[in-house]
Design a protein around this ligand. Structure first.
Ligand SMILES: Cc1cc2nc3c(=O)[nH]c(=O)nc-3n(C[C@H](O)[C@H](O)[C@H](O)COP(=O)(O)OP(=O)(O)OC[C@H]3O[C@@H](n4cnc5c(N)ncnc54)[C@H](O)[C@@H]3O)c2cc1C
Ligand code: FES
Length: 284
């Protein structure tokens, strides 16, 4: 097999069930070889191809921080008819799978586009994964002072569908980050905010001044969140989002993921709202 496509072996060290429906799990992976780990240098926003023998492979966003150097984490939603996601969800701790990557572009955290700026992150559902990677990275003592205010607005359909619950609580309780957590519909135990992400955004009305936005969520949420952001004065070049397309190679060779002349695997998955507007088809 061409070495470009050869997955590196990893052990599934830990599996966490994230939601009440039990169809979202976080997999903590450790490389069998130290060299493979050292070579796997990534930045927030990138993805990797995860493979299970006999079930193929799929692109999954990296949910851990680049500074979590012992392990990688991926949060995966299982689709009832999805071959790879079902195979992943059937694994037990100690299983061996494959990882290749990291692939794609990333949020411009190390450039003046983001450094020294206020950072607003808006997430919905399980697509919150790469924002979680970014929050962990930004809050790290090495990085926190390089950025101004950090604000996170995260929503899920119901309280049971919120992922990373213990971390959400930690972030709510610590300083240096403002959290707005919302659910579309509460339950008898939920004392938090209820409301759709775009509506909460309008209500909270964060300042667009000197602020860069990262937004990840289901396409419908993205569409309806862009409008209030533009109304609040955010410019399309300062809104970054991540696109999903079916992929095969993950490295710009097969043409499976293209939108016009852009390959989502190589030119993306991160695009500004301005770039998305210039794509030849409706990309969101
Ligand atoms: C850059 C990138 C990052 C991604 N990050 C993540 C991530 O962090 N976590 C995660 O869980 N997924 C992520 N995905 C989506 C993930 O790649 C797909 O869900 C996965 O490839 C499905 O593989 P499968 O073999 O289980 O499904 P397949 O066997 O290929 O598909 C079978 C059926 O499952 C359903 N299905 C599969 N995928 C989806 C989907 N995304 N939405 C709706 N229905 C679907 C469809 O009905 C489809 O016909 C990402 C995709 C991209 C491109
Ligand atoms: S997945 Fe092959 S070109 Fe993008």
């Amino acid at each position: 097999m061409n070495s470009l496509y050869r997955p590196k072996p990893v052990t599934v060290r830990k599996i966490v069930i994230e939601n009440e429906a039990k169809d979202i799990k976080t997999f903590e992976l450790v490389f069998l070889s130290k060299e493979d780990r050292e070579r796997f240098k990534f930045t927030c926003g990138q993805f990797a191809m995860l493979s299970v023998l006999g079930a193929g492979e799929s692109p999954i966003g990296i949910a851990s921080s680049p500074l979590d150097d012992e392990y990688l984490q991926f949060t995966v939603k299982r689709y009832p008819t999805g071959v790879l996601t079902t195979a992943l969800h059937s694994l037990e701790e100690g299983s061996r799978i494959g990882v290749r990557g990291p692939y794609g572009n990333f949020y411009p955290l190390e450039t003046e586009t983001m450094e020294g700026k206020n950072i607003l992150m808006v997430g919905g559902g399980f697509a919150f994964t790469t924002l979680r990677s970014t929050i962990r990275y930004l809050l790290h003592e090495k990085n926190r002072s390089r950025f101004k205010d950090i604000t996170v607005l995260y929503g899920a359909r119901s309280p049971g569908e919120l992922i990373y619950k213990s971390e959400l609580k930690e972030w709510e309780e610590r300083g240096g980050i403002t959290m707005y957590i919302t659910v579309d519909k509460g339950d008898e135990n939920w004392e938090g905010r209820v409301g759709l992400v775009p509506n909460v955004l309008k209500e909270v009305a964060p300042s667009s001044e000197n602020t860069v936005t990262l937004i990840c969520g289901p396409p419908i949420m993205l569409k309806y969140t862009m409008l209030p952001l533009l109304d609040l004065g955010f410019s399309p070049e300062k809104i970054f989002t991540s696109l999903e397309r079916r992929m095969s190679c993950g490295i710009g060779k097969c043409g499976r993921c293209n939108i016009g002349s852009k390959y989502v695997c190589k030119d993306g998955p991160v695009f500004t709202y301005r770039e998305i507007g210039e794509l030849p088809e409706e990309a969101l």
